[in-house]
Design a protein around this ligand. Structure first.
Ligand SMILES: *Cc1c(COP(=O)(O)O)cnc(C)c1O
Length: 417
């Protein structure tokens, strides 16, 4: 009890204990990960790696991180026994880890706080970030407002139209939102623009990447900042059930909420760890974003991992009803643990996602993000197949307020104001 309500700062971010053995010194998780970037980015990335390594050994940095997570983000989040959903589904007891209750509406803020504190330590006064649906941009804009940091958010022009509300929220909090007109005008192009900006302005600028992806040290660093999810849920489930869960289910875009929810259980072989990707309209070319269902090994935007691309290395188009899962590549640590047989992966289609979105709203009065609805869809299917004595935790990565317009449209009604 005590350990959860008063967070002891010393261990929130891992330092160098042997169990945190990956990635290696070159940022590689086995054959995955690494630093596949233009030469101009090598120095800033090595500087960042060094600065992060020093920061995480500094108790003052760890304390500042713990304080902000508690007082600004609203941690710890609850581990909620979803009795009504469990009854509706029939089968294993379902618990929801309530990351949807955090400030700005999703898990993203954990990582933004960690990186913003690091940027301040490094003397950077300007922050840039990329955003797809706008959740990472919103969290970044909020934390930059709090610390008085100049904030520029890159966002594909198509995404800006689809997520006008989040664009307004970011601007309200003082961020400059720059539309990107290149290519498909979505997340991939926004990442390219952010990297270009970083090369040009690196002396005063830190790039807050929004998921467990990209060149080393980002996948490791972002994972470390989300580790708090499983530190809390492990203590909470032991208190509630007196034992570990049988399975943990989380949705996987780049992979940050999932690796955070899994991390403390990686060494517990009795706990199944299951990632859920976006199955879109089904597993055929251009219709989904399930990298483990249709991808191959390659390099994109800094790292080697599983990617949706053709034989010539051309990145394929992707589709998902949820913008946050709609990306052609998956974080390298997921590829690594899948290859080792530690992580399992499945996918949920758009239709299954929308069914789960409505099911959780109706049974529990909790409107999940469309991203998180993928985890719900897969998690309830799993729970239904298991005996009542078993326990399944679903990571509820974010709330669905941002999605009501697009969900309504996808289900055939327009919300008129
Ligand atoms: C961004 C987002 C995701 C996907 O990102 P990950 O890095 O895979 O966690 C999932 N859920 C919500 C609510 C998000 O905002």
């Amino acid at each position: 009890m005590q350990a959860i309500t008063t967070m002891s700062a010393s261990s929130l971010i891992p330092t160098t204990e042997p169990r945190f053995r990956v990635p290696d010194a070159r940022g590689r998780f086995g054959q995955f990960g690494g630093m596949y970037v233009p030469e101009t980015l090598m120095t800033p990335l090595l500087d960042l790696t060094k600065a992060y390594d020093e920061a995480r050994r500094d108790p003052a940095y760890q304390q500042a991180f713990a304080d902000m997570l508690r007082d600004y983000a609203g941690r710890p989040t609850g581990l909620y026994h979803a009795e009504s959903l469990t009854k509706h589904v029939g089968g294993a007891r379902i618990y929801l880890k309530r990351e949807d209750m955090l400030h700005t509406g999703a898990h993203k803020i954990n990582n933004v706080i960690g990186q913003a504190l690091l940027a301040i330590r490094m003397g950077k006064k300007r922050i840039i970030a990329e955003t797809g649906a706008g959740q990472h941009g919103t969290a970044t804009a909020a934390v930059c407002a709090r610390f008085g940091l100049k904030c520029v958010i890159y966002m594909g022009a198509t995404d800006m139209e689809r997520q006008a509300l989040n664009v307004y929220r970011m601007r309200l909090m003082g961020a400059e939102v720059r539309g990107v007109e290149a290519g498909q005008r979505t997340l991939k192009e926004a990442v390219n623009e952010a990297m270009r900006d970083w090369v040009t302005n690196v002396r005063e600028t830190h790039y807050i990447l929004g998921t467990a992806y990209g060149s080393h040290p980002y996948p490791m660093m972002v994972r470390d900042f989300h580790r708090i999810i499983s530190i809390e849920s492990k203590q909470q489930i032991l208190r509630a059930e007196g034992r570990l869960p049988d399975a943990i289910v989380a949705c996987v875009g780049g992979g940050s909420n999932a690796i955070g929810a899994f991390f403390e259980f990686l060494d517990e072989p009795g706990v199944r760890l299951i990632g859920v990707e976006a199955g879109g309209r089904g597993i055929s070319k251009g219709e989904h974003a399930a990298r483990f269902a249709g991808g191959r090994l390659g390099v994109l935007q800094g790292c080697m991992t599983n990617i949706l691309m053709d034989g010539e290395g051309q990145i394929e188009g992707t589709h998902s009803v949820s913008a946050g899962l709609d990306y052609a590549a998956v974080g390298p640590e997921h590829s690594y643990y899948r290859e080792k047989g530690r992580l399992e992966f499945g996918y949920a289609t758009d239709t299954e996602c929308l069914d789960a979105f409505q099911m959780l709203s109706r049974t529990e009065g909790i409107i999940p993000a469309l991203e998180s609805s993928h985890a719900i869809a897969h998690g309830v299917k799993l729970a239904a197949s298991l005996p009542k004595e078993q326990v399944v935790i679903i990571n509820l990565s974010g709330r669905g307020d941002k999605d009501v317009w697009s969900a309504a449209r996808a289900m055939g009604t327009e919300i008129k104001l």
